[in-house]
Write a protein that binds this ligand. Structure first.
Ligand SMILES: [Zn+2]
Ligand SMILES: [Zn+2]
Length: 271
């Protein structure tokens, strides 16, 4: 059994919970310790249940809760070397204990409790960003979830990392037209639209169409821009993209939810 839910999702803070009966991890801790605790409570958990925090990259909307959480709860922290160097550089008070730090590498699995976690490199303007694929093997069954946000673009390697999933948190950051017509300064627009920026609704629909299969139990669209997107627009664009794709799937074949910015999402449970 795997459960996945976002506790927060968007440019003001990201935190995703993935766990089984025995093992509980967070992917990113980009909101306050208090709000993280509230999200965990809504899942009938607290910090003492957590086994690790995995970090995707060092942008503050993914790490700003870490110093306080590490100070009070001392959880094992997993990230790439490039991300860890930036996280430690920002840890002015030195609260992150060296013995809790674990370096992960692209496509090298690590085991935490009954979860196997496989990072995969993504294209984003950070030091060494990754997404994570998380698998529980229970007897001859496998349950599989993944977090793929903060990606300017995707390629076959990422499609491969997202193949055969049961549940997926996928970035659907912006509507291209809203972004282009919106108030952001030109360089910021270029950054978001660039190959190391964020995935548009159309691109999310395209990627999703490529990785859908019979066994998909649920999709969360996340990291929506507050200024350049709307939940219904992200949902509809992704659905239409699936309809238009040359796959056998229709937009209504799979439960697709939009992850709310500042509260617990629907809890996707498999197994
Ligand atoms: Zn982000
Ligand atoms: Zn980022």
């Amino acid at each position: 059994m795997i459960r996945m839910a976002t506790i927060a999702s968007g440019s003001s803070g990201n935190c995703t919970y993935i766990g089984t009966e025995d093992t509980h991890i967070l992917i990113d801790a980009g909101i306050s310790m208090k709000r993280t605790a509230e999200g965990l409570h809504a899942l009938d958990l607290d910090f003492s249940d957590l086994d690790a925090i995995f970090v995707t990259h060092e942008h503050s909307d993914h790490i700003q809760g870490i110093p306080m959480i590490e100070k009070h709860h001392g959880l094992p922290l997993y990230a790439t070397g490039g991300t860890l160097a930036r996280v430690k550089a920002g840890d002015a008070k030195g609260v992150i204990r060296q013995e809790l730090i674990h370096v992960v590498r692209d496509r090298e699995e690590v085991t935490v409790g009954d979860l196997t976690v496989r990072p995969f490199a993504i294209s984003h303007d950070a030091a060494e960003p990754v997404g994570y694929r998380v698998t529980q093997t229970a007897g001859n069954r496998q349950f599989c979830a993944a977090v793929a946000t903060d990606m300017g673009c995707f390629d076959e390697r990422i499609e491969q990392s997202l193949s055969g999933l049961d549940v997926l948190l996928l970035e659907s950051n912006h509507d291209v037209r809203m972004l282009q017509a919106g108030p952001y300064p030109y360089p910021l627009k270029q950054r978001i639209l660039g190959e190391r920026g964020h995935l548009s609704n159309d691109a999310a629909g395209d990627l999703l169409s490529r990785v859908l299969h019979d066994g998909v139990k649920g999709v969360l669209l996340g990291h929506l821009s507050e200024m350049n997107n709307l939940p219904e627009l992200a949902y509809e664009t992704v659905r239409v993209e699936i309809e238009l794709s040359d796959t056998p799937w229709h937009g209504n074949d799979f439960p697709i939810d939009v992850a709310p910015r500042a509260m617990l999402s629907r809890v996707l449970t498999i197994g």
